[in-house]
Design a protein around this ligand. Structure first.
Ligand SMILES: Cc1cc2nc3c(=O)[nH]c(=O)nc-3n(C[C@H](O)[C@H](O)[C@H](O)COP(=O)(O)O)c2cc1C
Length: 194
């Protein structure tokens, strides 16, 4: 029995291609007894831009934090712990202006936490998340994935690796403007053989 954590990074709902593919992938992956958690990054009150108290609290032990810092870091604590506890991730990431959406970036800044998802060592930072599996769905309008202007694939690989997550499968529906139906069909085919 596993815990699947689905993370939706599109502000679009019914028309979102990444959500449609995440639905498909979720159905494909979820086994009886697995639990499914869902963070919908544009519609989740826990996902907010940080302030100074929040960022300061990232590096101050809880028993030494001010009340303002404790309050500011509360949501990040929940999101980071939830992320660390999950076994499998479904990350639906549309490309916005060559990178991830603001919602996904805000979430990333909340879950990347010293002592929860990584630690500092003499040799530099080391990820604390082991034996995890990540599926990343990337959708684009006209940008080819893995081209020099794709700042989603490499960025998410680097970030997940930083936390210790190295088993990553990308599912792509890129250049959907040219042929949306074909791009979706190809992505669903990728999912069906996982
Ligand atoms: C604000 C905005 C910025 C976008 N930037 C890019 C981009 O840089 N490159 C690209 O290929 N498509 C871009 N797109 C198109 C989206 O990647 C495409 O519509 C994709 O399907 C969005 O995912 P979704 O369908 O899950 O919402 C952009 C769309 C919006 C609304």
């Amino acid at each position: 029995m596993k815990t699947l954590l689905r993370i939706d990074g599109s502000p679009r709902k019914e028309t979102s291609i990444s959500r449609q593919l995440a639905n498909n992938l979720q159905e494909h992956l979820k086994r009886e007894g697995d639990s499914l958690l869902h963070r919908d990054l544009y519609y989740d009150d826990l996902v907010q831009l940080g302030n100074q108290d929040q960022v300061d609290a990232y590096f101050i032990p809880e028993d030494q934090q001010t009340e303002a810092q404790k309050a500011a870091v509360h949501n990040s604590n929940i999101l980071a712990q939830e992320f660390a506890n999950a076994d499998t991730y479904i990350i639906a990431s549309p490309m916005y202006n060559f990178s991830v959406t603001a919602g996904l970036k805000t979430y990333i800044d909340a879950i990347s936490r010293v002592g929860i998802s990584f630690k500092y060592t003499e040799k530099g930072p080391v990820g604390l998340l082991k034996n995890k599996k990540a599926y990343v769905i990337v959708t684009t309008g006209g940008t080819k994935l893995n081209s020099p202007v794709d700042h989603v694939t490499n960025y998410l690989t680097t970030f997940l690796n930083f936390l210790g997550i190295t088993d990553i499968t990308f599912i792509s529906a890129d250049e959907v403007v040219a042929n949306q139906e074909q791009a979706i069909a190809l992505a669903k085919e990728q999912i069906s053989i996982l």
